[in-house]
Design a protein around this ligand. Structure first.
Ligand code: ADP
Ligand code: MG
Length: 205
């Protein structure tokens, strides 16, 4: 990827998260402490402030640098978890990733988040979006509609957290009262995936 493409990818993803901050905060107000949007905005504003530096790096290093900003700035439970996701993705990605390379790196990043959060699928967290996306990635090859397909997987997976009962994170303190709301981290994961896909679609076009 060229520096301009890396810049577009990182910038559009960061802006998508920042634009959704109020929605993420509302979701976290329902079943958490209402800071997820603020946390994520703080992290991605730090990413935007470093866009020039980031986009001069090869793709894996740029993604690792995003992870470092998120670890340092987001805070809460999601900061270390998203930090781990991007740090591991960056560590595992080849410089010019193809679908198998990206799929392998994403699977490793999923495992790292799961280990860091001592969490698993079905517990109403970001993993409930990241897992279905990981599972869908290998089947995207050769599908001209892959952008819509993977975005739909992520959106539907976020929706599927609504009826779940939270077993991990702050929302688990609510027990059954966590049922009926989308998990904020599932929502942020789905919207980041959509932003990345939209940006990559622009690169591929
Ligand atoms: P905090 O819960 O500390 O206020 P945030 O509000 O920023 O942090 O993030 C909450 C989100 O983090 C949750 O919606 C959930 O998706 C995710 N999360 C929390 N704990 C875990 C965990 N152990 N494993 C995976 N994801 C988690
Ligand atoms: Mg919170």
């Amino acid at each position: 990827m060229q520096p301009a493409q890396i810049r577009m990818l990182v910038e559009s993803t960061a802006k998508a998260v920042i634009a959704a901050a109020d929605r993420l905060t509302d979701l976290d107000q329902a079943i958490g402490d209402g800071d997820h949007g603020v946390n994520m905005r703080r992290g991605f504003e730090a990413v935007l402030a470093d866009l020039d530096g980031l986009s001069r790096k090869p793709l894996p290093d740029a993604i690792r640098a995003v992870g470092t900003h998120l670890v340092m700035k987001v805070g809460g439970a999601s900061g270390p978890l998203y930090g781990t996701l991007f740090l591991t993705l960056g560590k595992e990605l080849p410089v010019e990733p193809d679908l198998p390379g990206f799929t392998r790196a994403f699977a490793a990043a999923f495992d790292a988040v799961k280990a860091r959060g001592k969490s698993d699928l079905g517990q109403k967290t970001m993993l409930d979006v990241l897992g279905p996306v990981r599972d869908a990635l290998p089947g995207l090859g050769g599908d001209p509609h892959w952008p819509d397909r993977i975005k739909r997987v992520a959106t539907e997976a976020a929706e599927a957290t609504v009826p779940m009962k939270a077993i991990r994170g702050r929302a688990s303190f609510l027990g059954d009262r966590s049922i009926g709301h989308m998990d904020p981290g599932a929502c942020s994961a789905a919207l980041m995936i959509a932003a990345v896909v939209d940006s990559l679609e622009g690169v591929a076009a």
